[in-house]
Design a protein. Structure first.
Length: 237
């Protein structure tokens, strides 16, 4: 029953989203790290079908660290990836120079331990749908997000923090505001195996394994979160 807490409730929503034209999916890749732990890399824009790719990896590897570098994307597969990560007890990591925003940040929240290295960024905003060429908050999508966050046993403060920014803004989580947000994380990565250099750029962020970048807002599926335009970052709080 628990294994269907997102998939069963969201079946109709996924079907609707599938009717829209979708750009190339996120890169979902994996490699074995030091000590035998598996590294799973989620990079690029998250799209329908990425959860299935992630599930195939989780079916094989009971212990993994999930490295995230993504501007976000479609909500439903992100929630399912997060559910699987929490179910398996995976750790989630954003490295220095990396950005995990929008629906990617929802995956990051699911880590059994969350890591945010100094110089990395995790940003949140309300889920949205496109309406008349504009992004507007989606009550239905945000309801699914709220249910997901409750299953992660996050506080009401955390739910408010992760959804209070508009679709065109991001609230960035920092060491300074994490206590008030009710979202804890570790910044020291001593216990985390280093990622495979094949997925690591000189700047410190993960390479996009698929070689793609986020598509234009007007081309992405309905019920989505997207990266906020540059220069629209709100005050965190």
């Amino acid at each position: 029953m628990h294994s269907k807490w997102v998939r069963g409730a969201c079946a109709a929503l996924v079907a609707a989203a599938a009717l829209a034209a979708a750009p190339a999916s996120a890169g979902i890749a994996h490699s074995t790290l030091a000590g035998g732990t598996e590294g799973i890399y989620v990079t690029g824009e998250i799209q329908l079908g990425d959860d299935a790719a992630f599930r195939r990896i989780t079916d094989t590897f009971p212990d993994a660290v999930v490295f995230l570098d993504s501007p976000g994307g479609t909500v439903i597969p992100a929630l399912e990836i997060g559910r699987l990560a929490r179910e398996r007890g995976y750790r989630t990591v954003v490295l220095a120079g990396g950005t995990c925003a929008s629906s990617c940040a929802l995956i990051w929240l699911a880590g059994s331990t969350r890591y945010l290295e100094p110089g990395g960024r995790v940003g949140f905003h309300a889920s949205s749908a496109e309406q008349d060429g504009r992004l507007v908050e989606s009550g239905l999508s945000n309801a699914f997000v709220g249910y997901y966050l409750s299953k992660l046993e996050l506080s009401e403060r955390a739910v408010v923090f992760t959804t209070m920014a508009s679709p065109y803004e991001l609230t960035w989580l920092t060491a300074e505001n994490s206590e008030g947000a009710g979202i804890g994380f570790e910044s020291a990565l001593q216990s985390v195996p280093a990622p495979d250099p094949a997925y690591f750029s000189p700047s410190g962020s993960l390479q996009k394994a698929s070689g793609t970048v986020a598509g234009d807002v007007g081309k992405t599926p309905v019920i989505q979160t997207v990266a906020a335009p540059a220069g629209r970052e709100p005050e965190a709080g």
